[in-house]
Design a protein around this ligand. Structure first.
Ligand SMILES: Cc1cc2nc3c(=O)[nH]c(=O)nc-3n(C[C@H](O)[C@H](O)[C@H](O)COP(=O)(O)OP(=O)(O)OC[C@H]3O[C@@H](n4cnc5c(N)ncnc54)[C@H](O)[C@@H]3O)c2cc1C
Length: 375
């Protein structure tokens, strides 16, 4: 049984179905319509420490490259590379240090001159001779909606059953035998329950005797919470629009499906309570910044915007494993879930199938939070 059909749950359902297990995939909504739908979906291990977490993310980048040829990659896999520009002294210094560290760790990264940056991404507007650029050729982005659709049809072609809406909304659990109760009043029996419900994992853990203490996420519901992020999609894009992931001091952007460009800016201070007029103002602000950064957006308008929520563990590291006190519930919740899903789902499926967790998962067990008194 898998709860949650975002990028992580859909990936896990596909891997588990591959092992021959009987899989029921439950989602309260349409698959992939929560955080995964709005994610920047930049596949990278660009600034992910400490080293084991960097390696986990790098394995994630490789895992998508391995999966793409077997899962209609052209529909969703975009290994387009990433260009980052730094314009002030502090940012230039930080970028140089990061590139050196990543290179030492065997990651494809290099500082490049402005001329080379414009050659790699011709849509970039000139930013002045003081700018430093870095090129990360092994990175890219995913189109999560077609990806999740393919993962689910792969899983169902191998016998998985998908339930959505009320029959897919989990409202409780029973034990002996393990049962998952849904809003439709059904109780579905399961050997194991894999919970990939993103930011709602703590709410589901709360329904077990273990409680939510071992899946502590950054708060997201309250005013001023920092887990929510603001996403804007603009278009149409002229033919000379951006082709790669681009990070400038003002804006992060990448191409999106339907001839759109996806925009984000870390300083867009919004949360789930931000009034509409402020969201519209931020959306226009991000479009203005994007026009200053790249060509191709002169005729673009704001097509869509959304406040979406990072499922961010309090120590920023993935939480993956059985919940002490409710061992039948295996939780998987993480930021960078788009980067990580192909690899993590492989590790999770092997763990569930064999009962022997990969050493790679050791730092991410929920039991690490038992060490903190008062949690
Ligand atoms: C603004 C932003 C930018 C990001 N950028 C990146 C990036 O560049 N690269 C990257 O790798 N990651 C990025 N992330 C993080 C990444 O998007 C997430 O880690 C990932 O999408 C989480 O996927 P998920 O499947 O765990 O959760 P979700 O996609 O949220 O899926 C969880 C599913 O569980 C279902 N569910 C919840 N409760 C129940 C219930 N009771 N019963 C049944 N179903 C339930 C929901 O309906 C949902 O479909 C970003 C996130 C945000 C918000």
């Amino acid at each position: 049984m898998v709860i949650g059909a975002g990028v992580l749950g859909a990936s896990a359902a596909a891997r588990l179905a591959d092992t021959g297990m009987h899989v029921t995939l439950l989602d309260q909504d349409q698959p992939g319509h929560a955080t995964s739908r709005w994610s920047f979906a930049w596949v990278n291990s660009n600034d992910k420490g400490p080293r084991p977490y960097h390696d986990l993310n790098q394995a994630g980048v490789r895992a998508w490259a391995e999966l793409a040829p077997d899962l209609d990659g052209p529909a969703w896999y975009r290994p387009a590379g990433n260009i980052e520009l730094a314009t002030d002294d502090h940012a230039r210094g930080e970028l140089a240090v990061r590139v050196r560290r990543l290179t030492e760790w065997g990651y494809s990264a290099g500082l490049i001159g402005a001329a080379e940056a414009y050659q790699i991404e011709p849509s970039l507007r000139p930013v002045g001779s003081a700018a430093t650029a870095a090129w990360f050729p092994g990175e890219g982005y995913l189109l999560t909606e077609p990806l999740i659709a393919r993962l689910i049809s792969y899983a169902t072609s191998r016998g998985a059953v998908l339930l959505t809406g009320e029959p897919g909304r989990v409202v409780g659990f029973g034990t002996s035998p393990i049962r998952v109760r849904t809003a439709a009043g059904t109780a579905v029996e399961a050997d194991d329950v894999l919970c990939c419900a993103g930011r709602w994992v703590p709410a589901l853990a709360e329904l077990t005797p273990a409680g939510a203490a071992q899946v502590p996420l950054e708060g997201w519901a309250e005013p001023g919470a920092t887990a929510p992020g603001f996403v804007v999609r603009v278009g149409p894009v002229d033919t000379e629009g951006p082709q790669r992931v681009v990070h400038t001091p003002e804006i992060c952007l990448r191409p999106h499906s339907g001839g759109l460009v996806h925009l984000e800016a870390p300083d867009a201070a919004v949360d789930l309570h931000t009034p509409e007029p402020d969201l519209r103002r931020w959306a226009r602000e991000l479009l203005g910044r994007a026009r200053r950064a790249v060509r191709g957006l002169d005729h673009a308008t704001v097509i869509d915007y959304q406040v979406c929520v990072r499922p961010m563990p309090v120590d920023e590291q993935s939480i993956v494993g059985r919940l002490p006190g409710a061992e039948w519930l295996y939780v998987a919740v993480t930021h960078s879930g788009v980067t990580l899903a192909a690899h993590l789902s492989r590790l999770i499926a092997a763990d569930l199938a064999t009962g022997t967790p990969a050493a790679e998962l050791a730092p991410y067990r929920p039991s690490r939070f038992l060490r903190f008194p008062g949690r």
